[in-house]
Ligand binder design. Sequence first.
Ligand SMILES: [Zn+2]
Length: 206
Amino acid sequence: MSETTEREAICAIGQSIFARGLTAGSSGNISVRTGSGWLMTPTNASLGRLDPARLSKLDHDGRLVSGDAPTKESFLHRVMYEERPTTGAVVHLHSTHSVAVSCLVEIDPGDVLPPITAYYVMRVGRLPLVPYFRPGDLALSEAVRGFAGNHHAVLLANHGPVVAGSNLDAAVNAIEELEETAKLYLLLRGAETRSLTRSQVMELRG
Ligand SMILES: [Zn+2]
């Protein structure tokens, strides 16, 4: 895919995410690996109003080549690319239902959401909770690094999900599946729920 096409894809997906209320204000960020480094959404930019020409273009060392300065959360993306060499894109959102779940005391930090649907198991799988750190604390990147080797999706406590994919569509589809499953989980709270059985989950993972 050409860089122009990649730029347009990032802006179109950002607009779609914003229009559907999956992240608000200037929260959320997207990055894509290119032949010469990365394209990333800029700091303080709303995903709903991205300009293809102003996306941050970074070289292989993460230095800004052109465009606006990258998101202050670029370290979350960098860790995913470093720990998962097959990653082609990373998406991070402050999506309401996922953030709500990340604040619950009752969740299992080793695997936050139960296997309610097959698509959740296939697109997200096990979802660990990364402990809370204040915005800008670089200790968060080391905490994410601890999980990234084994998980393409993590949930930051009281913050939101970070999801890596082989390409932009895969990362976006997975983070949307995560958000929908968080919503289902909240809808079903207090109701007796039948999750997929262990063998059903194993069959999907196989
Ligand atoms: Zn964030």
